[in-house]
Design a protein. Sequence first.
Length: 213
Amino acid sequence: MNPYKVLGLEENATQEEIKNAYRRLSKENHPDTGGDPKTFMNIKKAYDMLSNKETKDAFDLYGVPIDFLKEAKELAFTVFMEVQLQINDGGPLDPAIKYFIVTGQIPKYENEMKELEEKKIKLQKRLLHILEKPEDDFITQNGLEVIDRYENDYKIVMLQRDLYKKALELLTGYQFDRLQLMRPSRRFDFVGEDGMKISFDLDAYLRRKKEFA
């Protein structure tokens, strides 16, 4: 649901415009005066989303309605569970968590963002290079739709990356075991949520620990 479209507003609408649109539409569509209950509820949901700074900012940035902090906390706990279950007994949990996110997850999403941006720019240039167009210019029309999809996909991938960044920040507030309980092996293997296997090399981590500070 796009809350701006529900309220009939542009995406740069002010809080005053949002409030006025909500008052008008909720009055026009109130069930007590013959309005459709579902439409009325969607109007209320749209207003609740846009009148709250955090959810409005999240939608403006990522294009989806989301409670960013709540989602980040859930992701942080998922990461904690995955890592603590999969590293060897006695392995240091604190650097393993950071290694999993910083080395395994964030770069993956940043690479996807880069690929989507490159695809969008290349297609935009191709469309601009069309010198003559028939009246039924289906190539440009379909191309612009694909560009919109690239932009939407970019926002979704960026959301995943930023959630991992926030999850790392939240997990950093905890003091897990670091280097006290060490097995002879200094390499630990675990699998990410996408099935990708990640090897954690403690020696490599120690050499690069300043990057994770």
